[in-house]
Design a protein around this ligand. Structure first.
Ligand code: ADP
Ligand code: MG
Length: 275
């Protein structure tokens, strides 16, 4: 446990873990950090899936997370999205949102979108309807405002369809899309919420080489406007998009750096050869 965690834990004892308060330690906020995971430990029956994991993601960054099976990648995403509560550690979204004090829906509402491996689109609806359904929340508006809101939403659907490259499939049933197109549609559905942070678990599994290439372009185009964290096994894909790569192993960061640095890292080579 580092000094800042000790201070923060002390703070939490006195003030509780309410979501609407300042992150007690500024950390490297001046660099625009959007996600702070510090000393996160998750145990399953005594086995540590995450073991004092500390990881920071910058605003607008595209980060790849790699690591052998069982390294804790999915568990890490479960902690960020509130699906799993850690035994220890802290998780902050920006300076003011304590993720450990929020429920799963509250975390999504706060601006964290998650794309699971399997696409979960509405197969019997068109591409455009899927995007509409992704924001089918608040229609309880005054009549005079409805038209304006509907127009804005229409523009947003158009813009997201262009972003994910499904403009010409807008009236197609989602069930008839290719596997890759379904994945893009689901990313589009997440984009409808305009998340600040997008978590994507193994996006290119099962895709054709052409689809992999287009997915790389899509994720690269999202970086900057959003922070994107991609968990992926396909090293060629990681090489094509990665700026900074984090290697997880046994619930902990084994190495971090650009793709060449991590691929030449002796500890990383040892772990992958021993797989
Ligand atoms: P990765 O996504 O990197 O392959 P996971 O985060 O899925 O790894 O799993 C990390 C470790 O935690 C694995 O050893 C896995 O078996 C274990 N684990 C994950 N979820 C559970 C759970 N709900 N119950 C027990 N063990 C789990
Ligand atoms: Mg996993």
């Amino acid at each position: 446990m580092n000094a800042s965690t000790i201070i923060r834990n002390g703070w939490q004892k006195v003030f509780g873990t309410g979501a609407r308060r300042e992150r007690p330690i500024a950390g490297d906020a001046s660099h625009g950090t959007i996600l702070y995971l510090e000393d996160i430990t998750v145990s399953f029956d005594g086995f540590r899936a995450l073991n004092e994991l500390t990881l920071y993601i910058d605003a607008g960054e595209l980060r790849c997370i790699i690591g052998p099976n069982g390294a804790g990648k999915t568990t890490m995403m479960d902690v960020i999205t509130g699906k799993t509560r850690p035994d220890n550690g802290s998780a902050w979204f920006g300076q003011t949102t304590d993720l450990l004090a929020l429920t799963e829906p509250e975390i999504a509402e706060a601006g964290i979108g998650r794309k699971f491996q399997k696409p979960t689109v509405f197969e019997r609806h068109t591409v455009a309807e899927n995007l509409e359904l992704a924001v089918a929340g608040d229609k309880r508006v005054w009549n005079t405002l409805v038209r304006k809101i509907m127009r804005e939403q229409q523009e947003r659907i158009e813009s997201v369809m262009q972003t994910v490259g499904l403009g010409t499939q807008r009236t197609m049933l989602a069930g008839n899309l290719s596997h890759g197109q379904k994945q893009w549609l689901e990313i589009g559905m997440l984009l409808m919420q305009d998340p600040q942070l997008l978590l994507v678990d193994e996006p290119v599994a099962g895709m054709t080489p052409q689809e992999v290439e287009r997915t790389a372009e899509l994720l690269l185009s999202l970086a900057g406007k959003h922070s994107v964290v991609v968990v992926e096994h396909d090293m060629e894909f990681v090489r094509s998009i990665a700026r900074k790569v984090t290697v997880l192993h046994e619930g902990h960061v084994l190495a971090e750096g650009n793709i060449d640095e991590v691929q030449n890292n002796a500890k990383v080579i040892e772990v992958y050869l021993g797989e």
